[in-house]
Design a protein around this ligand. Structure first.
Ligand code: 6CS
Ligand code: FE
Length: 301
């Protein structure tokens, strides 16, 4: 058993079974618009209710072309794939995820700092933010493996020490997300509960979890209970669509056995009022490429 920090409001992986706990934090921290791309009242209400919002055609086509070209270039570069921040699929040498995007390319950095994202993120999180984590999940054709049900916040709390749910992700669709190529499944409203997970976090868990996550996924019985009062939603869409989702919404995605990749860019923002404490699992911090320690407030470009 690892030493536990007293003020852990979101205990998980304490060796006991999965349980459904209350959420102690707001979902929408501010309604005040930050810029031209900030959400409308209706959109804010939908995001607050469901825990996610799918904005159609939010990223211009020329940005998407540039992002796709950069991703193809980097994923195909042997120097890149030797980086610790590049993860391959569990049973093939195909690239599964590229992490720490701004370090890889200014193309990614510009998007992460754009008004099209920060006007929304700073509105929802109620102030200045930094990039806690960034990645592109390639989910390659035929070999792209699944991501089991999980809450990103559960990992970012237990393994990265983020104390409160004042963080979220923007997922930019770089390819089509169809019913065939392993789209993201979400459970509307699941962000309103905190679901603890069984087991205890092993040392250097990320070396395994980024390929195939086990710890940090709730037990099926609890998922069944949650789904009795909710539905499943597949986030289908086209390149340029953008899914914004609260860090605590339950999500996952199936294997991609189709002939087309399902490639999405994920930018995970955290409020500067929610800086990481020591990991609540009591283990060493994860590497910078997973949990940034550059807390500089992002200024929109
Ligand atoms: O460990 C993490 O931080 C990552 N794991 C998953 C399955 N989603 C969030 C995040 O990228
Ligand atoms: Fe996730």
């Amino acid at each position: 058993m690892h030493a536990r920090l007293a003020e852990d409001l979101y205990p998980s992986r304490t060796g006991s079974i999965s349980q459904i706990h209350a959420r102690h934090d707001p979902v929408v921290y501010s309604h005040a618009p930050v810029g031209e791309f900030s959400l409308s009242r209706t959109e804010l209400e939908q995001y607050d209710r469901d825990g996610f919002l799918l904005l159609r055609n939010h990223i211009p086509a020329d940005w998407i072309s540039e992002l796709r070209a950069e991703t193809t270039r980097l994923a195909g570069d042997p120097h890149t794939s030797r980086r610790a921040s590049v993860i391959t699929e569990p049973d093939s040498s195909e690239v599964r995820s590229l992490f720490n995007l701004p370090e890889l390319s200014p193309v990614y950095d510009r998007v992460a700092r754009s008004h099209r994202l920060l006007d929304i993120v700073m509105q929802l999180l109620g102030g200045p933010v930094y990039l806690h984590q960034s990645r592109i999940n390639i989910k390659p054709a035929f070999h792209g493996k699944s991501f089991p049900w999980h809450s990103d916040f559960e990992t970012w709390h237990v393994e990265d020490g983020l104390p409160a749910i004042r963080c979220l992700s923007c997922s930019i669709f770089l390819t089509e997300n169809s019913m065939f190529n392993g789209p993201l499944f979400v459970i509307p409203g699941s962000h309103r509960h905190y679901i603890s997970c069984p087991g205890t976090t092993p040392a250097d868990h990320y070396r395994q979890s980024l390929k195939k996550q086990h710890y940090g996924s709730p037990e099926p019985g609890v998922m069944e209970e949650l789904l009795e009062s909710s539905t499943l939603e597949a986030c289908l869409g086209r390149p340029g669509d953008m899914l914004i989702f609260d860090a605590n919404v339950q999500h996952g995605s199936p294997d991609n056995i189709s002939h087309r990749p399902r490639t999405n860019m994920f930018l995970a923002y955290n409020s500067r009022l929610n800086l990481p404490q020591k990991p609540f699992c009591g283990l060493a911090r994860r590497p910078d490429f997973l949990a940034s320690r550059d807390f500089t407030a992002l200024a929109a470009v």
